[in-house]
Ligand binder design. Structure first.
Ligand code: 5GP
Ligand code: MN
Length: 339
């Protein structure tokens, strides 16, 4: 289905009889996932639809101030029956900022078997197929696609300050405050439109980034002290152990952005961060790269993950030591690209 056809189809849904929308970000939702979901929900509600948002896992504390964030239902065993009921009742499922249903575990099984109409809005590479797709892997954030959708529907006047705040936060989050190479003139034009709705850009930055607890700062310090630089492979990597997290009173979101410090080193093309999660028995990995080194492929091939060319993630079910050994073992395979 072409983008134009998808738009026409969506228009029918939006202007048709009242629908129960269920909007879902990926697990461990970030600023783009949360901001895009909340912005989209505000937009859909303007047409009288019932809109619920369910997050598969909790979100970081530095997003707790977003407009209407209290309305987000976070899945947990305690909320199991409530969440299943919402999924069961929904007529339309809106998947936001992820390309495969495995990214919404443990809800993926219920969502897969739901007969509801499924719409995807996302900027990751190689998305799975759904009933309607608003996808562009070149977009620097899913919020750009939400904005484009609203614009192409002819509804820019629906964007009020709250909606603008949600999308602006999403933009800032996924572009490294407009620093990444994915940023285009369109990104800035959208940011300008959103700012004109009365947003204080500095305030958003402060709410997102000037909120370190002492524990988080100590965790960052410890992580940076342990950074290893492999000049031969233009690679820097760091790890955070469960013990470090406990010692520094870890809260969800505390390691967000740590991986970027590796990439801020001159000459480094690949940065990796390994986070030990003893409760789940996994190591969660973040990869970032500069230029043409494709961490999406690297994460897919070696760590059951994916993402974007310059920002991806993955997972390992081995312990930290074995995971690091494997990672180091893969680097020689990429010597040509990392020199
Ligand atoms: P982060 O490193 O910030 O967790 O994620 C960077 C990017 O990679 C995000 O776009 C995120 O959606 C994607 N990503 C992170 N972890 C995974 C994963 O385990 N699987 C896949 N497919 N994508 C991931
Ligand atoms: Mn995103």
């Amino acid at each position: 289905m072409s983008y134009k056809e998808a738009l026409a189809n969506f228009k029918k849904k939006l202007h048709g009889p009242t629908v129960k929308f269920l909007v879902l970000p990926h697990k461990n939702p970030d600023g783009d996932a949360m901001g895009s979901c909340l912005g989209l929900a505000l937009y859909l509600r303007k047409f009288g639809h019932e809109v619920n948002i369910i997050a598969p896992t909790d979100f970081p504390y530095f997003l707790r101030w977003l407009p209407n964030v209290d309305q987000v239902l976070v899945f947990s065993e305690k909320q199991n029956s409530r969440v299943k009921k919402k999924i069961h009742e929904a007529n339309v499922l809106f998947f936001v900022d992820f390309n495969t249903l495995s990214r919404v575990e443990p809800l993926d099984v219920f969502l897969k078997s739901s007969p509801a109409f499924k719409i995807l809005i996302d900027h990751h590479l190689a998305p799975e197929t759904f009933d309607l797709m608003f996808c562009d892997p070149l977009a620097p954030a899913t919020a750009v696609l939400v904005f484009r959708l609203i614009e192409q529907m002819g509804h820019l006047d629906c964007i009020d300050r709250d909606l603008a705040m949600c999308l602006y936060t999403a933009l800032v989050s996924d572009t490294g405050s407009f620093r990444f190479s994915s940023v285009t003139s369109e990104t800035h034009i959208i940011a300008a439109h959103l700012m004109d709705k009365g947003i204080n850009a500095g305030e958003v930055q402060d709410r997102l980034y000037a909120i370190y607890t002492q524990g988080r700062m100590r965790l960052l310090t410890k992580t940076l002290q342990g950074m290893k630089i492999l000049a031969e492979y233009r690679t820097a990597y760091m790890y955070v152990t469960s013990q470090d997290m406990e010692d520094c009173h870890y809260q969800k979101g505390d390691t967000e952005g740590f991986v970027n410090y590796g990439l801020s080193l001159k000459n480094v093309l690949l940065a990796a961060l390994f986070i030990e999660d003893c409760t789940k028995g996994i190591i969660k990995i973040s990869f970032r790269s500069k230029t043409n080194f494709d961490v999406n492929t690297f994460a897919r091939e070696h760590f059951q993950g994916g993402g974007h060319k310059n920002a991806a993630g993955g997972v390992s079910r081995e312990d930290l030591k074995a995971t690091l050994e494997h990672f180091l073992g893969f680097l020689p395979l990429y010597k040509d690209q990392l020199s």
